[in-house]
Design a protein around this ligand. Structure first.
Ligand SMILES: Nc1ncnc2c1ncn2[C@@H]1O[C@H](COP(=O)(O)OP(=O)(O)OP(=O)(O)O)[C@@H](O)[C@H]1O
Ligand SMILES: [Mg+2]
Length: 222
């Protein structure tokens, strides 16, 4: 039981489309995420995968249910506590790298550590080395390939040693060679840092390699 990192119970989330019309997106489920696991979330478009990921990342809050993070009730935190928690303990990787275009690879990584209040250039350089980009640290995003930019985004997600990294289709925008490099890197980082990952993916090969597949159908986990 103590290897549970996140415990979700009875999660429901919907949106009001009009005053009387409500769209139920997450329809009530429980889910545990375990420390150091790589879990894949799969399912059809519109099943609620990104909505679930946003809730795990405190970017959105459920209408009903509870979320315990190492025994702490995240939904009871105030805004400042949540912002602090998110900056320090959660890393995000998106389909498009979302690097800041005006800044170098190194700066993009250090900015994330500065926001969390632990500016650390040495660590940023070590991580860029870890993702195979030690000779690209002064390149801006426009001077990087798509695969390289995504690896910078991975280094950025890792810089504060988060408890979990949440990734929404991290290989969705890459060719198969670069996608494979990103997948291999994620497994390597789990070995090295015992890093926990929850990854939304449409890549079946990738999902099959993960420790667990969480399948979503119409707002529920099946
Ligand atoms: N802010 C919102 N307001 C209204 N409806 C929303 C909102 N966000 C998401 N939805 C709806 O909720 C459903 C689930 O969306 P979600 O983004 O979680 O799907 P997904 O499983 O990630 O799909 P995809 O594979 O296409 O990314 C969709 O039908 C979407 O239109
Ligand atoms: Mg999505």
């Amino acid at each position: 039981m103590n290897n549970v990192l996140i415990e979700l119970k009875g999660i429901k989330k919907g949106y009001h489309i009009t005053k009387t019309n409500r769209l139920n997106v997450l329809k009530g489920f429980d889910l545990n995420i375990h420390k150091s696991e790589i879990a894949a979330i799969v399912g059809k478009s519109g099943a609620g995968k990104s909505t679930l990921l946003h809730i795990l990342g405190t970017l959105d809050i459920p209408d009903e249910g509870t979320m315990m993070f190492e025994g702490t009730d995240v939904l009871l935190m105030n805004d400042k506590q949540v912002a602090n928690f998110r900056a320090n303990d959660i890393g995000f990787i998106f389909q498009f790298h979302h690097l800041l275009p005006e800044f170098t690879a190194l700066e993009n990584v250090t900015i994330a550590s500065r926001i969390a209040g632990n500016y650390d250039e040495t660590k940023a350089k070590d991580l860029l080395n870890e993702v195979g980009l030690s000779d690209r640290i002064h390149h801006k995003p426009s001077e990087l390939s798509g695969g390289e930019a995504q690896r910078v985004a991975i280094a950025r997600a890792l810089v504060n040693s988060p408890k979990i990294i949440l990734a929404d289709e991290p290989t969705g925008n890459l060719d198969s060679e670069n996608a494979d490099a990103v997948i291999d890197l994620i497994f390597k980082l789990r070995e090295k840092f015992k890093q926990t990952f929850v990854i939304v993916t449409h890549n079946e090969e990738f999902a099959a390699k993960c420790d667990r597949i969480i399948k979503m159908v119409d707002g529920k986990i099946v």
